[in-house]
Write a protein that binds this ligand. Structure first.
Ligand code: PLP
Length: 568
């Protein structure tokens, strides 16, 4: 493709993208294809001869778009949003054009320098404490990673190395001695990473990658699924009693299932007792809300007091497309000490001068993308004010949705406090029980068989209730201190039935593809998560979504009653 060919093709692609975006609200949000659909459409070998661009582009419309889940649709209310905007797309274009895997400052000074500047812009826009700025006296700073998981595992490596070094130093073991190496090898085998049972699975995965252990700490619905200082302290003491070395703790601002927030303020009071415990705040989705003064006032200072590192994904809710995961640390030396390897081919006078940043030492890969451009373009095109307006709009849509659920409290219950435009609801257990079985029959079934679970047409689901799946690959441990409403068998049966029917409702909604929502199970309750950060989503979309949920719920309840009549 020569310059003229590129000009024509690029213009055609831009037109196609604009047309795709304008038709999004009318497309079913989920694709209607079967697994493997593409095999039948695309030859099994690459073409021997070059093909003209118009032919290739036509196949995007006919073969690729039918297999897309439309994350940018205002009817996409599943998982968390992953937004894209035009300024961000333009950043991607330039980034691709300039392709420079800028691992060292010298590899493309603008890549590094723009990244440092825009990370400071972001930190200031969120009112993160000054300790996270590149200009801070303590050596803070920000770096753009590909994902929250990557940011987390990178800080875990830094935490592991800091922990071992500090322990060995404290024991007076000299560098380079066998004794020190042996002691470090022993301690390494005892290291344990912690998080609440609501934290994203990336902490568990990070522990797997760093070769350390992992323990989750239970939370309770009565504490709004938040990790508190007493629960943490108990877990830390238990680790010590078991001969383990807790070196890393993930706290969350906006958990995946319900957007719970850990109790930063109370946990900050424990910091002085555990100075060598690295505390990371995972704010992958909800960190974007810190663009608003109301959340800054609530959280920013505590974030600075409690954490060594903080991460949020601009590519979820803050209008920059995937990938733009912003990691901030209070002391970048911990990253560079843990991750810096200096072979001769990477040495250069600028690095040796100490005047430049080499971001390769702040991350796992060597090469990196020029992601700062898209953040720069988005922040300039929208202004911080525009970002605030966008987040406020999502919050308003979320509040409208919550209010509608509250109005139908005869049908639904809300699980956990709705936050950050996420509402979690489920069918009320008493409504489920009334539709399915007369209470007397419920009791008979339970007391005759000693079984606390009702028969269900899809019993595989019952079997999976213990180890719950958030729908985002996250496995949550069952709360040791059960949140079930008591030990009464009938109540438990109603709970199980409400869980099963809620899952049926969600599955039926998703199978029809008008809206896309995520069912999840946490604290032994199956719920439907509804969230929309899409700038195009309005209160009308929230109303449409709620109408679909109500309609489908009534349909599932009717079916349940009919099945019951047939059985009797
Ligand atoms: N942390 C939280 C709270 C999340 O909700 C998610 C995913 O949604 C992640 C981490 C993982 O994000 P990533 O895909 O950027 O690794």
């Amino acid at each position: 493709m020569d310059q003229e060919g590129f000009r024509k093709a690029a213009h055609a692609v831009v037109e196609h993208i604009i047309e795709y975006n304008s038709t999004l609200p009318n497309r079913p949000v989920l694709p209607k294809i079967q697994p493997g659909y593409l095999r039948d459409l695309i030859p099994s070998n690459a073409p021997e001869q070059p093909e003209p661009w118009p032919l290739i582009q036509a196949d995007v419309e006919s073969q690729i778009i039918p297999g897309l889940t439309h994350w940018q649709s205002p009817n996409f209310m599943a998982f968390f949003p992953a937004l894209v905007t035009y300024p961000s797309l333009l950043g991607e274009m330039y980034s691709a054009a300039f392709t420079a895997p800028a691992f060292n400052w010298l590899c493309s000074p603008a890549c590094t320098e723009l990244e440092t500047i825009v990370m400071d812009w972001v930190a200031k826009a969120l009112a993160l404490p000054d300790c996270f700025l590149s200009t801070s006296s303590g050596g803070g700073g920000g770096v753009i990673h590909g994902s929250a998981s990557e940011a987390l595992v990178t800080t875990m490596v830094a935490a592991r190395e800091r922990y071992l070094r500090v322990r060995a130093d404290a024991e007076g073991l000299r560098n380079g001695t066998m004794e020190r190496d042996d002691r470090i090898a022993f301690l390494r085998g005892r290291l344990v990473a912690l998080s609440s049972d609501q934290a994203h699975s990336s902490t568990q995965k990070g522990a797997l990658i760093t070769g350390t252990r992992y323990r989750s700490i239970s939370t309770s619905l009565s504490e709004d699924l938040s990790l508190t200082a007493p629960r943490l302290e108990e877990a830390l003491q238990q680790c010590h009693a078991d001969g383990l070395e807790p070196y890393y703790l993930t706290l969350t601002l906006g958990t995946t299932s319900t957007c719970a927030v850990d109790d930063f303020a109370s946990i900050a009071t424990l910091r002085s007792q555990y100075p060598n415990l690295w505390i990371h705040i995972d704010a992958a989705y909800a960190g974007a809300a810190l663009i608003l003064q109301v959340y800054q006032a609530q959280y920013s200072q505590d974030i600075g007091r409690v954490s060594d590192s903080f991460n949020f994904n601009m590519h979820k809710w803050l209008l920059v497309n995937f990938d733009a995961s912003c990691l901030f640390v209070q002391n970048r030396n911990h990253l560079t000490r843990a991750l810096s390897i200096n072979p001769s081919y990477l040495q250069n006078s600028f690095t040796e001068s100490g005047l430049v940043t080499d971001y390769r030492d702040w991350q796992i890969p060597l090469g990196r993308r020029f992601r700062a451009l898209k953040i720069w373009f988005v922040m300039r095109s929208y202004g911080v004010e525009g970002l605030r307006t966008h987040v406020e709009n999502s919050l308003r849509v979320g509040e409208t949705f919550t209010a509608m659920v509250v109005e139908r409290r005869d049908l639904f219950e809300i699980i956990a406090t709705p936050r950050f435009a996420l509402t979690c609801l489920r069918l009320r257990p008493d409504v489920a029980a009334a539709a399915r079985m007369k209470q007397r029959q419920v009791n008979e079934k339970i007391y005759m068989s000693g079984d606390t679970e009702l028969p269900h047409p899809r019993s595989d689901r019952i079997a999976s209730l213990g180890a719950s799946d958030t729908g985002e690959g996250q496995m949550l441990k069952v709360d040791a201190q059960s949140n079930l409403p008591g030990h009464d068998g009938a109540e438990q049966a109603s709970e199980t039935l409400a869980n099963n029917l809620t899952k049926d409702i969600a599955d039926l909604i998703n199978s029809r593809g008008e809206i896309f929502i995520t069912p999840t199970t946490t604290a032994r309750k199956t719920l439907i998560r509804v969230v929309s950060g899409n700038p195009a989503a309005s209160k009308e979309h929230a109303k449409k979504a709620f109408d679909i949920i109500v309609r489908t719920t009534e349909e599932v309840l009717d079916k349940c009653r009919q099945d019951e009549d047939l059985r009797n």
